[in-house]
Ligand binder design. Structure first.
Ligand code: ADP
Ligand code: MG
Length: 281
């Protein structure tokens, strides 16, 4: 899958945006069907401005579908999706998406990859260059500005994707298992880097991950999804101090949250295997 080119259908919101008080994301009664099968919903979620929300749940429960609905890449079959107070009608400019297989453009330099969206939105060359350099500095890749993506490691390419995602100064970042292809140590380090960059930007983040550890490290709130149809079965506030680092993992509060997420996932898995909670006679 490729990321959306910056020139894809992008609708600008009305200039007179008076909606800055409400939630960043609001889903009401959202459902998604494929054929006769309801794969998602009904889902009701509110995410505040600047809030970092992680979503965990088993494969196939509808996490990516949820993200694509919020991105405006899919439309709901029932209910409504609002972003920044506006009913969503398609992709919007201030939403950035990071996928696992973030596709960098191999024939462009790292710097020109980061500047790509700026170029598409008509930012002059000198300014593009300045902004791209600043973003590369933020993700620790300034020395690699003139390299091409194939010369970099997978983790470095993902940092290029993060820098590019931040280039349009998003108010909302959607990430679909962005570090899923990386080894565990790189994953955790990248997660902290992302958090630092995001903390500075005040964007809201919807972050899908299959790593409960990542969710606890990063999020203000964790949504646990169950399958068939995909829905939110629990919501856990992560009341850990910020800024966070690896030491957070040693806190008893982290262990408590991790155990609660696991308990919900176990319940759901048992239910999915055909059981109710009660023993069969
Ligand atoms: P997750 O990201 O949690 O693994 P997805 O959102 O990718 O889950 O998929 C949720 C469910 O919807 C799955 O059962 C999947 O098979 C189904 N699904 C997703 N996209 C389509 C599609 N285009 N057509 C039919 N079924 C789909
Ligand atoms: Mg998925």
């Amino acid at each position: 899958m490729t990321t959306q080119p910056a020139s894809a259908v992008i609708r600008r919101e009305p200039a007179s945006d008076t909606s800055s008080a409400g939630p960043m994301i609001e889903l009401s009664g959202v459902e998604r069907r494929f054929g006769a099968v309801r794969v998602l919903g009904p889902i009701d979620v509110r995410i505040d401005r600047g809030e970092f929300v992680a979503v965990v749940g088993p494969s196939g429960c509808g996490k990516s579908t949820l993200l694509e609905l919020v991105a405006g890449l899919q439309a709901p079959d029932a209910g409504s999706v609002s972003v920044n107070g506006h009913l969503l009608e398609g992709p919007r400019r201030k939403t950035s998406i990071i996928f696992q297989d973030s596709s960098t453009l191999p024939w462009r330099t790292v710097e020109d990859n980061v500047a790509f969206a700026l170029e598409a939105s008509g930012v002059p060359k000198k300014e593009r260059r300045r902004q791209a350099r600043a973003l590369l500095r933020a993700v620790g890749l300034e020395q690699f500005a003139r390299h091409h993506p194939p010369q970099l490691s997978g983790g470095m390419r993902q940092r290029v994707a993060i820098a590019r995602a931040l280039s349009l100064d998003p108010d909302l970042i959607l990430a679909d298992e962005p570090f899923g292809a990386l080894d565990e140590q790189t994953r955790i380090l990248m997660a902290f880097e992302l958090m630092q960059v995001v903390d500075r930007s005040s964007a809201a983040v919807l972050f899908i991950t299959h790593s409960i550890q990542e969710a606890v490290l990063l999020a203000d709130r964790i949504l646990v999804m169950g399958a068939r149809p995909g829905r939110i079965v629990d919501e856990i506030v992560v009341d850990l101090p910020r800024p966070r680092d690896e030491s957070v993992l040693g806190l008893s509060e982290s262990a408590r949250i991790t155990e609660r997420v696991w308990a919900r996932i176990r319940d759901e898995a048992r239910a999915a295997m055909g059981g109710s909670d009660t023993e069969a006679p």
